[in-house]
Design a protein around this ligand. Structure first.
Ligand code: ADP
Length: 212
């Protein structure tokens, strides 16, 4: 699982893991954005919370993850941005026990507040497939277009400075305590997430290789 503050690069690293190792990834944030776009009951119910940078209820998130694991998790899995609270981590433990499986790795991407602000100010995301890039690394002629599916690259609605403030407060209050939770179980590895994506991915690949 990949843990870290907003803008820590966990989404990008999760994509790279899937592409390189073929391990399926799930991200509650990406699922909720999709549901909102499709206008489903779940999307509408959670839109207000995600838009303002709050955390969605543990019950909803744990339900999503449990369903996803049953359908796609048999050959291994990566969680991007889950769990984000101690009750979510406790629920996950129970689910994994029921499925007779366990976590191999929890990777925590450490980033400075400056990195978070810089990345979020220039983040672009594909409306169609969710691919993430930045204004600085993408080279566009006129309109930003996804290199994978030709979808439109746009800024995320919650990548706004006041919403970011709330996301960081939620992270500090509810997600930081997970470091202690996983340190106790000895699967936690902290990486410097301020470096470029290739350097971080090299470290993640090494950890996955060692855990295999
Ligand atoms: P980021 O980490 O950059 O903030 P995500 O895509 O991981 O972006 O999450 C976007 C939003 O989706 C969060 O601000 C929150 O509202 C919701 N969300 C995602 N994952 C969780 C989770 N595990 N628990 C509660 N809410 C979540």
């Amino acid at each position: 699982m990949l843990l870290g503050a907003p803008g820590s690069g966990k989404g990008t690293q999760a994509e790279m893991i899937t592409r390189h190792f073929g391990i399926p990834v799930t991200s509650p944030g990406a699922i909720l954005r999709r549901e909102k776009e499709l206008g489903t009951a779940l999307g509408l119910e959670t839109a207000e919370t995600t838009q303002h940078g709050g955390l969605v209820s543990d019950k909803i998130i744990v339900g999503l993850i449990e369903d996803w694991l049953r359908l796609h998790g048999a050959q291994g899995f990566v969680f991007d941005g889950f769990p984000r609270t101690v009750p979510q981590a406790e629920s996950l433990q129970k689910i994994l026990e029921r499925l007779h499986t366990a976590l191999d790795l929890a990777i925590w991407l450490d980033v400075s507040e400056k990195t978070v602000r810089d990345r979020i100010a220039s983040r672009l995301q594909c409306l169609a497939c969710g691919f993430t890039t930045s204004l600085t690394s993408a080279k566009f002629s006129e309109r930003p277009i996804c290199p994978y599916c030709d979808g439109h690259l746009v800024r995320r609605g919650d990548d706004d400075i006041t919403v970011l403030q709330h996301r960081l407060e939620e992270f500090n209050a509810k997600t930081q305590p997970l470091a202690l939770f996983y340190e106790n179980s000895a699967i936690l590895h902290r990486l410097d997430g301020n470096r470029d994506r290739e350097a971080v991915f090299a470290d993640i690949s090494r950890l996955i290789g060692q855990a295999a």
